[in-house]
Write a new protein. Structure first.
Length: 477
């Protein structure tokens, strides 16, 4: 099996090599300049020590608009770094309290509130300095957050003692502290700065300035095309598949993550649904584990599925919420830094729009295990069963059904299998606006039995990782 590097890997290797040469040069210069002739004292400059940022734990409490803290039991508070999206997660206890471990004190953060099923319900807001604006990004002087109150689609601090808000702001046309966003396409994403924080939108954690940072936003650039169907979700006029930017790429812990939803249509029109979870580690060391945090309801009865490399048989086991880098779980070669797991969901279960999960980067520190998390939000996709039919006289396969509702911005393929179940042909991609495909006459031999499946996918934002896949049941050719 040939494992290709991710598009950004070659650059990373080059930078590492340059760094090694720079270190060697520095050592050589240090050695040469360590002293002069005779007893002359060295005049070398003492380099300052590298200051390692200290991690701490933030604590807080949250209450409902009625004043009850106990009503918030099992809700989830996510503290998300505004600069690299590394998150700390706290589950609210019966007294309304939560803790957020492994936080860098002086980093900039925002807050999100998820319900017990990990669906995004609210984001932090505070009044802006100028009228009809909202602030959401802050630093905290201590480790105790002011009490939070849940007000429908937003959460607010009851006071701002110890809180310093960042310059970033978003529009609040109605003055109700609810971000309304601007649902228009970016006219010039490379230069526009919609939230007036000094960052052009193309590198801004909130591209469209709508009050949802990109990792919480299912339409990053505000062009009314869901990211899962948008081949330029950051609005910079460059297809996402051709660049290593976007809300699935990271500057710390992971290079990228992919969460793919795979729906297999059954004969009765229902689905078997699986998730293919993938994480490529970055340059911050090798984790002791990559785990998944998410809704217990979504993952109830979930099983991991892999193929026996010797027999081809499926191996199914209860899922332990981990990803693997063993070369046996659709993760490429063993120990190549790619962690993956195919997870089959329980009957009838499907991720909800705006439901979230977190990939947990686990490593060891002096005090024990450290867990830092990176977020993913599921898109709102209306999927439908797909069928295939075949006209032998014209060798034409026809697509039946609507895999993504009324959305036609997808591609589909025809896979052909022989009587042993081995795939012998895969067609070129067909646009979603076309409903038929002619199989070349060289594919099938006379007198041999063949079957086929249709595979429909959303656009790729990461090469070879479409976000949503719908497959038909097998049909005869």
């Amino acid at each position: 099996m040939i494992i290709q590097d991710h598009p950004g890997d070659s650059l990373v290797k080059a930078l590492r090599f340059s760094k090694q040469k720079l270190i060697c040069l520095c050592l050589l210069l240090a050695a040469c300049g360590s002293g002069g002739s005779g007893d002359e004292a060295s005049t070398g400059t003492v380099q300052p020590a590298v200051v390692k940022k200290v991690e701490t734990t933030f604590t807080g409490s949250i209450k409902s608009v009625s004043g009850s803290q106990s009503e918030m039991k099992d809700w989830v508070v996510a503290l998300i770094s505004y600069d690299n999206f590394i998150s700390s997660i706290g589950v609210v206890n019966a007294a309304g309290n939560f803790s957020l471990p492994f936080v860098i004190q002086d980093n900039r953060y925002t807050l999100a509130l998820l319900d017990p099923d990990y669906k995004l319900q609210a984001v932090l807001t505070a009044s802006g300095v100028t009228p009809n604006t909202i602030r959401q990004v802050f630093t905290l002087a201590g480790t105790q957050l002011p009490i939070l109150v849940h007000n429908g689609p937003v959460i607010n601090f009851t006071n701002t003692v110890g809180v310093s808000f960042d310059a970033a702001n978003v529009p609040d046309v109605n003055g109700d502290l609810i971000p309304v966003g601007q649902e228009t396409a970016l006219l010039d994403a490379a230069t526009e700065d919609r939230d007036t924080d000094g960052l052009p939108n193309i590198i801004d954690p909130d591209i469209d300035g709508d009050g949802l940072i990109n990792v919480l936003d299912i339409d990053d650039d505000g062009d009314a095309i869901l990211d899962v169907f948008d081949d330029d979700a950051n609005g910079d006029t460059v297809p996402d598949v051709n660049q290593s930017v976007g809300d699935q790429y990271f500057t710390s812990l992971l290079s990228y993550m992919s969460v793919q939803v795979l729906q297999d249509t059954k004969i009765d029109g229902s689905f078997d649904t699986s998730l293919l979870l993938t994480a490529k580690i970055g340059r911050d060391g090798i984790p002791t584990a990559i785990r998944v945090r998410g809704s217990s309801k979504l993952f109830e009865g979930a099983t991991s599925v892999r193929v026996n490399p010797e027999t081809g048989d499926s191996i199914v086991a209860p899922w332990d919420f981990s990803l693997s880098d063993d070369g046996l779980n659709e993760d490429g070669a063993a120990n190549d830094g790619t962690y993956s797991r195919r997870v089959k969901l329980g009957t009838g279960l499907l991720p909800l729009g705006k439901q979230m999960l977190f990939l947990s980067f686990v490593d060891s520190v002096t005090a024990g295990e450290r867990v830092r998390e990176l977020p993913f939000i599921f898109p709102k996709v209306v999927s439908g069963a797909v069928t295939g039919s075949y006209a032998s006289l014209t060798r034409t396969v026809s697509l039946g059904g609507t895999p993504f509702g009324g959305e036609t911005k997808f591609k589909w393929w025809v896979d052909v299998f022989d009587s042993t179940g081995k795939k012998v042909f895969s067609s070129a991609p067909v646009l979603g606006t076309t409903a038929s495909y002619v199989i070349p006459d060289s594919v099938m031999q006379t007198g041999v039995t063949y079957t086929a499946k249709i595979v429909a996918t959303t656009p790729e934002r990461i090469p070879s990782y479409p976000g949503w896949i719908v497959r038909s049941a097998s049909f005869n050719l």
